[in-house]
Structures are given as C-alpha cells and as structure tokens.
Design a protein around this ligand. Structure first.
Ligand SMILES: Cc1ncc(COP(=O)(O)O)c(C=O)c1O
Length: 373
C-alpha cells in the first residue's frame, strides 16, 4: 500500500460544494480584490489567534516582509532568527538590506535556542523573529523576557503553526506581530499562495501593515512610503473561510495520528531514531510535520527504504540557513551551529495528515520498524 506524505483531496472534498458556490458568487459579483471575504477572514483569524488585528496578504513570506517593513527594518539593522528553518525567514531580512543574525536551535524542539539569544543582541538589533517550527511554539516565555527587558520587538514566524499554543497562549499572541502562511501544505491551506500578518494590539502598526500591503497608499494614489503589492486574493480568502471551519478537527486528527505513532513506535532504539518531543505546559503541538531524526548517518538509507515501499517522506530542511550559498557573505562557519547542522543531516518528516486511515498509519509504522530490525 502506498501512503503519500500529504493527500489534500479528502479535505478538498469537504469544501468542494461551498467553494463551487463561492466561485459562482465571485463571478457574479466580479469582486476579486480586497472584498468582503478578505475582511471577514481577517476578523475570523484575529479571533482564532487572539490578536486585535489581522491583515490578509499574498503569502507567508510577504506577511513576514510586511511586518519587518512596518518596524522600519532596513540597512544597518540586524534581525535575530534561528538558522534551522524555511529560507524566507532570513530572505525577508536580507531583502530589506538588513543582516540576519543566526541562533542555533534546541535539539529537542528544533526551535530557537533561547539560551543563546542574549549573546546575539547588539545595538543594531531591530527585531527578533523566532519560528514555531513544525507546529510547536518556540520557547516564548524566555524569548519575551529577554526581548521585553531590552525593548526589542518580537515578530513570530507562525507560518507553520496557526493553532499551536503553550503556556496559556496561542501562536501569534506573543510578539507585536506574527506571520502566517496558507501555502497548500499548511494545516490551513489555500488553493495557491496566501498569508496573513497579525498585529497583537498596536493600532498604528496595523494601519502601517495595511497601507504597506497596497504600495504604502492611502487614500487612493497618495503614497506615504514605498510598499508592495501584497494583497490576499478574494478567491483565496473565500476558500480559506470555507476551510477554517474544519481547522480544529484537522488539528485534532493530526494530534491523534501523532499520538498513535508516538505510542506505536516507542520501542524503537533511541540511539538510532528519535521521535518528536513535546512538553510545553498547557500546550498544543499541531503537527504540521511529524519529524523523526534518523541517527548514525542512516538518513539516506532510511529514505530510500521508505521510497522503495512507497511511503511519502520529505526533509525539512537539508541545509541550515547559515550554510546557504547566498549567505556566504555573512562569514558564518561550518560547525558554528552544531545542533542545526546535525538536525539538517538527520530529519525526515513522515505522513501525519488528518485523513490517514488506521491501515495507512499501521503500514507506515510496519515499514519503519522493519528498517530498524
Ligand atoms: C517557517 C516558515 N516561514 C515562512 C514561510 C513562508 O510562507 P510562504 O511559503 O507562504 O511564503 C514558510 C512556508 O513554507 C514556513 O514554513
């Protein structure tokens, strides 16, 4: 039996009728840019993420970019980010002419190592951008304590983690702003690119992000600053609103599958494979990815074995950002962030999507067990 890494068809079937009707309505109204679906979706997400404001934008990358632009990040500034994450977290910093300053990760959670944060701060630090990777929060109490003491703004990269929570708060409820992605593989995915910037409570930041989304324009054809065309399509907002109603049940399905794997695979030799670790008080990991570590240099062989048995898998991410060719100019060295480099050589994500059947879960577990026998 083949098991894909992700199968979106089942969840698309759930919203098929509503999307078709929504599209008919859009065609009838022919209103495609910043209409009622975008406005309503922004309200719905700000309720969901416990923030005062939300601005629908064209991708998670633009959600990050707009947040940093609203803070005035530019040449000469530094933004602190973890080195083990998706490229855009560093890309948006560099695109604004600022310098990404990397931290290593906590090897258990794959998230920013908050104990090294203080040593990265300098007079040039303009923002800290922790990432909630794979569906679990970074150590936000520690990060906020340091940031608040030094009055440095925090922008959460919650692109993979809408609905994750911990220490009594949601992803998006910590920093002054947060970015979310609705790339199709996210727990809430659009039919293309889409994203959203939330603003916790600062109305002036909200107005700024909203204006920057439309070329810094307000009112029409008066430009206060140079922004971007970063709008969320009305069509994508319509789909996201239809899907948002199911998001909690999809999270629960992923959590159930992850718990099943954690129990079923608990007897594997921990010297050879590590299962995901989650121990945040009052927390929720929403398992956008269920990520194993395959040790002793066996990751490639493990992946080849999964591929041979048609079990979907992927590596997020094979190269830490400080080792990317485009960041060579920063002068970071191999061996500088050992936990990130080791993670990049060991991680493999396996199927955890909510519609998986017990038979599919069992198939994945049996193949994994047989590799380690
Ligand atoms: C951690 C992280 N940050 C940022 C992004 C960027 O989002 P998008 O692909 O919607 O631009 C992603 C998306 O893959 C992500 O996983």
């Amino acid at each position: 039996m083949s098991v894909p890494l992700l199968d979106l068809r089942a969840q698309n079937d759930l919203v098929r009728q509503e999307v078709i009707e929504g599209l008919q309505d859009l065609l009838n109204r022919s209103s495609f840019i910043l209409g009622s679906h975008v406005a309503e979706f922004e309200k719905e997400v700000s309720v969901y993420a416990h923030t005062n404001y939300a601005v629908g934008v064209s991708s998670g990358t633009d959600a990050q970019l707009l947040a940093l632009m609203a803070l005035g990040v530019g040449p000469g500034d530094e933004v602190i980010i973890p080195t083990f994450t998706f490229f855009s977290t560093a890309g948006v910093v560099a695109r604004l002419g600022a310098t990404p300053i990397f931290t290593d990760i906590d090897p258990l959670t794959f998230n920013m190592d908050s104990s090294s944060l203080e040593s990265c701060i300098s007079p040039k630090t303009k923002a800290i951008m922790p990432v909630h990777l794979f569906g679990q929060l970074a150590n936000m109490p520690e990060i906020m304590k340091i940031a608040n003491t030094l009055k440095i703004p925090v922008v959460e990269d919650a692109c993979q983690s809408m609905g994750a929570r911990g220490w009594g708060r949601e992803a998006g409820e910590w920093g002054c702003m947060s970015s979310f992605s609705f790339y199709p593989t996210k727990n809430l995915g659009a039919f293309g690119d889409a994203g959203l910037t939330t603003i916790l409570d600062d109305e002036s930041l909200y107005k700024k992000v909203k204006r920057l989304r439309v070329h810094g324009m307000e009112p029409i054809y008066v430009h206060h600053e140079v922004g971007i065309n970063g709008r969320l399509d009305e069509f994508q907002a319509m789909i996201l609103r239809a899907k948002l109603k199911y998001l909690e049940s999809w999270h629960e399905g992923r959590i159930k599958n992850a718990s099943w794997y954690l129990a079923r695979l608990s007897n594997l030799d921990s010297d050879r494979v590590a299962l995901p670790s989650f121990s945040i008080p009052n927390g929720r990991h929403i398992y956008n990815q269920f990520t194993l570590r395959i040790k002793q240099g066996k990751r490639d062989a493990f992946r080849a074995y999964l591929n041979e048995h048609q079990i979907g898998n992927a590596v997020y991410y094979p190269i830490s950002l400080h080792q990317q060719p485009c960041f060579e100019y920063l002068g970071n060295k191999k061996g500088q962030f050992i936990h990130s480099e080791l993670a990049a050589s060991e991680v493999v994500s396996i199927p955890v999507y909510p519609e998986m059947s017990l038979q599919q879960l069992e198939e994945v577990a049996v193949i994994i067990e047989s590799f380690f026998q």
